[in-house]
Write a protein that binds this ligand. Structure first.
Ligand code: NAD
Ligand code: IPM
Ligand code: MN
Length: 352
């Protein structure tokens, strides 16, 4: 197969982790007989420095004409007080590509149980939670403004936006344990009351075979930390999903492990780790590339329909972790650490 992938290295650790991920994709291409053409896209802080714009139209076009998009991360303290921020590029990409569904699977393999900050009895049998985060609506994209003494951001959802993300969550649940927990703040927010009623209606009318329950977001955070194995699929709003997925990631060992797929109703999708640009360790060959590498596995499966290739990556990652290899962020007893490039190479070498 011919694959055309737009790669946005971005800022901070972005260039290092996308480099490692390309090494793995190249190995997949050679073992399975595919051809990959990469187009490098400049976005985020790098594009502010080069063009004065976090996402110039030409760079966006490169993404729109690719089959799929791989993103490292954007942002950093250098641009914190810039009039336009690197993060704007990410939000603009999600909106322009219509990527309303963000799948963030948090999978803890038993060999990483020691790396979880939770008590061993909570994680020793592994964890498998899928956060389905709404990605192009809510407070991130509502009306906003400020004056001399105040500022506001409006959380607004339409029934259409809620219906389509609910469908994604129920469809995902059908291929898993068949249980969805919808997370909201319906005891306070109007938008959450609508969220709850639409999610319930979609379940009753279209997915009676899937179990649905509702949870307030504050309780959900507590439940994830104290009884994570009760969860299968969590569906929630843009901001609640952002916050809860950092939590589900860290209980599975490290934020450096958790991939994501951002999907619309057509290609290209965008694939990125859920973590940020980690400015504190940028340029030191320390960052964990596994979240980005697993994002490539999601890309191969979801944008290209290459399930065996995706499984080959997942097997390679598991094999390397089971053999005891760790990057420094995975706090696992006395295991020695290796760097970003070495981790990428080991995983690529495991694909045969
Ligand atoms: P962060 O995720 O970048 O870092 C949080 C902590 O996790 C840091 O200590 C960092 O070193 C560590 N970490 C993150 N990824 C790691 C990896 N792969 N390997 C090892 N350690 C890792 O979050 P932050 O510090 O809040 O944000 C830094 C910048 O990144 C900000 O500008 C933020 O807006 C941006 N950001 C971008 C994205 C994205 O591009 N998708 C996502 C989140 C944050
Ligand atoms: C993420 C990030 C982004 C978000 C930021 C950088 C805009 O935190 O992808 O999780 O909040 O969506
Ligand atoms: Mn986030």
């Amino acid at each position: 197969m011919q694959m055309h992938i737009a790669v946005i290295p971005g800022d901070g650790i972005g260039p290092e982790i996308t480099q490692a991920a390309k090494m793995v994709l190249d190995k997949i291409a050679s073992v399975f007989g595919h051809e990959i053409a990469y187009t490098e896209v400049c976005a985020g802080g790098a594009a502010i420095d080069r063009f004065g714009d976090p996402l110039p139209a030409e760079e966006l076009k490169k993404c729109q004409s690719a089959d799929s998009v791989l993103l490292g991360a954007v942002g950093g303290p250098k641009w914190d007080s810039a009039p336009r921020r690197p993060e704007d590029a990410l939000l603009a990409l999600r909106k322009a590509l219509g990527l309303y569904a963000n799948l963030r699977p948090a999978l803890l393999t038993p060999c990483l149980a020691q790396a979880s900050p939770l008590k061993q009895e909570l994680v020793q049998n592994g964890l498998d939670i899928l956060v389905v985060r709404e990605l192009t609506g809510g407070i991130y994209f509502g009306k906003r403004g400020k004056d001399a003494v105040s500022a506001f951001d409006v959380e607004q959802y339409s029934d259409f936006e809620i219906e389509r993300i609910a469908r994604r969550a129920f469809l995902s649940a059908r291929g898993r344990k068949g249980c969805v927990v919808s997370v909201d703040k319906a005891n306070v927010l109007e938008s959450s009351k609508l969220w709850r009623s639409i999610v319930s209606r979609v379940q009753q009318e279209e997915f009676p075979d899937v179990a649905l329950s509702h949870m307030y977001v504050d309780n959900a955070a507590m439940q994830i930390a104290t009884n994570p194995s009760q969860f299968d699929v969590i569906v929630t709003t843009n901001m609640f999903g952002d916050i809860l997925s950092d939590l589900t990631s860290v209980i599975t060992g490290s934020i450096g492990l958790l991939p994501s797929a951002s999907l619309g109703d057509s290609s290209p999708g965008m694939y990125e780790p859920i973590h940020g640009s980690a400015p504190d360790i940028a340029g030191e060959n320390k960052a964990n590339p596994i979240a980005t590498i697993l994002s490539c596995a999601m890309m191969l499966k979801l944008d290209f329909g290459l399930a065996s290739e995706a499984e080959a990556i997942e097997r390679a990652v598991n094999g390397v972790l089971e053999d005891g290899w760790r990057t420094f962020d995975i706090k696992d007893n006395d295991k020695p650490y290796i760097g970003t490039a070495e981790m990428g190479r080991l995983i690529a070498d495991c694909i045969k």
